[in-house]
Design a protein around this ligand. Structure first.
Ligand SMILES: Nc1nc2c(ncn2[C@@H]2O[C@H](COP(=O)(O)OP(=O)(O)OP(=O)(O)O)[C@@H](O)[C@H]2O)c(=O)[nH]1
Ligand SMILES: [Mg+2]
Length: 297
């Protein structure tokens, strides 16, 4: 029997280029929050991919952007720190001319020795001649190891990415049991499912002002009982999330429950409350208690 390979691969890029969608498609299962709005991902989350060749531990990261509050600074550091101690870096871009944000990330990557794969995502949205222009453009911007056009929507190019990653990995141990799909506990994923529904149903500042805190989680006779707080930054945001006669909160709850049942394979009962914690995104103690911890550089 040939020995199995293993390694770590981080996925970085500007917000909204499709990093989380890419990993959900690779995993064949929805684990990570996806949104048409930028800055959806707020943590570094491992997704553990296994096949007969071995194990790849992928890290999903928050989009790299110019931060405007303490939470933003923490998130950008999660992404930047993920560049250390990985075997391959996937730099994901969208199929537009490279902007300032892309060039900023490219500059950071120039100083790093790890192999960099540029994945041009969303190629389902462009034609071949545009793709050729983009390939030429990236060739001038960064001395990458591989460049791979992909569509995380259709799955095009994803197998090639996995094949190429394995070609850069060496024989190594299984870092996680092969039935584990993420390093995060179930309650973290459940909180993310609820946050995704709020994030995608609200507008302007509200999606960014929301965090989810699971208050209790019990399992009785094949049924899950989950109580969660949706935390907002300002009192006025409470009414927006609750909606007229509670209609918005009800919709959030219904959609989240279905996804939670899908993920957990159990029927679930979800009890949601909206609470106000003033300016939580700028307060260290609240950021810590919600699990957004400052990392050493
Ligand atoms: N057409 C098309 N849309 C895509 C593709 N991949 C992702 N998207 C869409 O792009 C948007 C952003 O996707 P996400 O996966 O949330 O992006 P992200 O890079 O994780 O964003 P942040 O977490 O904010 O950094 C969503 O609306 C996705 O449905 C693709 O290959 N084709
Ligand atoms: Mg994301």
């Amino acid at each position: 029997m040939t020995e199995k390979k293993s390694g770590f691969v981080t996925v970085v890029g500007r917000p909204n280029v499709g990093k989380s969608t890419f990993l959900n498609k690779v995993m064949g299962q929805k684990i990570l929050i996806e949104s048409s709005r930028p800055q959806a991902t707020r943590n570094r989350i491992s997704c553990i991919y296994n096949d007969e060749r071995g194990q790849i531990v992928f890290l999903d990261t928050p989009g790299i952007h110019k931060p405007h509050h303490k939470l933003g600074q923490i998130l950008v550091n999660y992404a930047r720190n993920s560049l250390n101690d990985v075997d391959v870096i996937i730099f994901m871009v969208d199929p537009q001319e490279a902007g300032l944000g892309d060039k900023y990330i490219a500059e950071i990557l120039k100083d790093i020795d790890t192999p960099v794969f540029i994945c041009i995502n969303k190629i389902d949205l462009i034609n071949r001649s545009k793709l050729i222009l983009l390939l030429n453009e990236w060739h001038k911007i960064l001395d990458y190891t591989e460049i791979i056009p992909v569509s995380s929507k259709t799955g095009e190019g994803l197998e090639r990415v996995i094949d190429l990653i394995f070609s850069y990995l060496t024989v190594g141990p299984e870092y996680y049991p092969d039935d584990m799909i993420t390093d995060r506990p179930e309650i973290f994923i459940i909180a993310e499912i609820i946050r995704e529904k709020v994030f995608n149903k609200t507008k302007e500042e509200v999606p960014y002002a929301v965090a989810v805190d699971i208050r209790s989680f019990t399992e009785k006779k094949n049924m899950l009982y989950i109580a969660a707080d949706i935390i907002v930054e300002r009192n006025s945001q409470k009414g927006i999330i609750i909606g007229k006669h509670g209609s918005m909160l009800k919709k959030i709850g219904q959609e989240a429950r279905l996804d939670i049942e899908d993920f957990m394979g159990y029927k679930a009962y979800l009890d949601l409350h909206v609470r106000h914690k003033h300016d939580w995104r700028n307060k260290n103690n609240m950021l810590n208690s919600l699990g957004y911890e400052k990392e050493q550089k």
